[in-house]
Design a binder for this molecule. Structure first.
Ligand SMILES: [Zn+2]
Length: 116
């Protein structure tokens, strides 16, 4: 496989996981839309969308965006997030967000960004 193919796959699929997974589910009603993380052995934890069959088989239309091509671990989102400062688990809608981070409280947010 050439470098050219890698770059093309990245450009074609990167950031399209939600859009392409939704399109797949719309075209095949036996598939279930899944949101969560993909643990890539090369890039680490990546926010990701994919689909699965009723038997749990993963069907990921954008797996080629990752250097590991879907061989990493798929972790479904369970509705909770962890505070980026103290690690406390909370429901997604209880957290406050800033870029890729989330916080359980004003204090944690402040500590994390170094205000206090
Ligand atoms: Zn916290």
């Amino acid at each position: 496989m050439s470098m050219g193919t890698e770059v093309d796959d990245y450009a074609r699929y990167r950031g399209k996981c939600k859009e392409m997974s939704e399109a797949l589910v719309a075209a095949d009603s036996t598939l279930i839309l899944v949101r969560g993380h993909y643990e890539c052995p090369f890039w680490g934890e990546q926010p990701h969308w994919w689909t699965k069959k009723a038997d749990g088989t993963i069907v990921d239309p954008t797996k080629k965006q990752f250097p590991s091509k879907g061989l990493g671990l798929y972790v479904e989102f369970d509705g909770t997030v962890e505070c980026s400062n103290c690690g406390k688990a909370m429901a997604e809608d209880e957290a406050t967000y800033e870029s890729n981070y989330c916080f359980c409280s004003y204090e944690c947010h402040g500590q994390f960004v170094g205000v206090f």
